[in-house]
Ligand binder design. Structure first.
Ligand SMILES: Cc1ncc(C[n+]2csc(CCOP(=O)(O)OP(=O)(O)O)c2C)c(N)n1
Length: 318
């Protein structure tokens, strides 16, 4: 696995896009520009970028409601995402999906899903479809530590290994499922150990380390592509202060800001500078350009119209 300098710079750029997108999403929620909720991917950026850096455009990604990061990592336009968040007609899904139901299939971003673990079974089904088509497409499914306690996770591991499906399961262990710490709900120290019961490889890595994520994902994706079956990757992260923009699951103590100590973005930035991939001035410029791009996305979303009433009966399956 060899990731080019350009690809690494683009990964850093997208980490900033995700961070600024999420900060703007929290602010706009507080200002009541949209309803419902939003689940920030802050502090987990290196995992989505590390995995997506080794995917081909045709490969598929499924994510949870905490899915803005995976979408931007797979190449989705933040402007259309911001408009979707605000329920605008120019949004990715015409403003009908909102924060938790974004999708752009032509980019391989199958979508985000509000049902905890609901998309794990769907990912297994998509991997089966592509195995039958024999088209070399690999399906990647991101989900949380809490989702790994749901029955469909085990059913999918079993059938995916039995049928050697081209599937990569990435459990982002950000330590909390709302307010439940994973040590209160998971009987083994590492979620990756759960793969052993089904006979597939399971590995735990530092999800804040871009290179470690990319290396491990590359092996899992190649294994899936050559027909050797699924891999379970546990990417360890530390969740941002709260579960969502609605303050549920706030740690309410010094623990809330613990993510800052392990923030993947300054770390990746420093690594690229010390490796000579970019210099300090270029890094400042890259960050500023990402900030300006997200400010533009906010302006675009705010200025966009809401859908026409007639759109209500479009996109309906009956
Ligand atoms: C089937 C189902 N049960 C419960 C919920 C409510 N719920 C939303 S997020 C969440 C926590 C999930 O935590 P985890 O899987 O660790 O992911 P994280 O939010 O930390 O990314 C719960 C219980 C839901 N959306 N779907």
């Amino acid at each position: 696995m060899d990731i080019s300098a350009d690809k690494k710079i683009d990964a850093l750029r997208r980490m900033w896009l995700i961070r600024f997108f999420e900060e703007a999403a929290i602010r706009l929620y507080g200002e009541r520009h949209y309803r419902g909720s939003t689940h920030p991917y802050i502090a987990q950026e290196a995992t989505a970028l590390g995995v997506c850096a080794v995917l081909q455009p045709k490969d598929l990604v499924l994510a949870t409601y905490r899915g803005h990061g995976a979408a931007i990592a797979k190449g989705v336009d933040p402007r259309r995402m911001m408009a979707e968040l605000l329920g605008k007609a120019t949004g990715l899904c015409g403003g009908k999906g909102g924060s938790m139901h974004m999708s752009q299939v032509d980019l391989g971003f199958v979508g985000s899903n509000a049902i905890v673990s609901g998309h794990i079974g769907i990912a297994g089904g998509m991997a089966l479809a592509h195995q039958l088509d024999n088209d070399g497409v690999v399906t990647v499914c991101f989900f949380g530590d809490g989702a790994s306690c749901e029955g469909v996770f085990y059913e999918t591991l079993n059938m995916a290994q039995l049928w050697k499906l081209p599937l990569v399961l990435v459990v982002e262990n950000n330590e909390y499922a709302i307010s439940t710490h994973y040590t209160q709900s998971i009987s083994v120290p590492f979620i990756s150990q759960r793969a052993q019961g089904f006979g597939l490889p399971g590995v735990t890595i530092d999800g804040r380390n871009f290179d470690a994520v990319a290396q491990t994902a590359s092996e899992a994706v190649e294994r899936a592509r050559r027909g050797d079956g699924p891999t379970l990757i546990e990417a360890k992260t530390v969740r941002w202060s709260r579960h969502s923009a609605v303050a549920a699951g706030g740690a309410g103590s010094a623990a809330a800001d613990r993510w800052k100590e392990t923030d993947p973005i300054p770390r990746f930035r420093a690594e690229l500078i010390s490796a000579g991939v970019l210099d300090e001035a270029e890094a400042v410029e890259l960050e500023q350009a990402a900030r300006v791009e997200i400010e533009g996305a906010v302006e675009f979303a705010l200025a966009s119209p809401y859908p026409e009433l007639s759109a209500l009966t479009e996109d309906i399956y009956a």
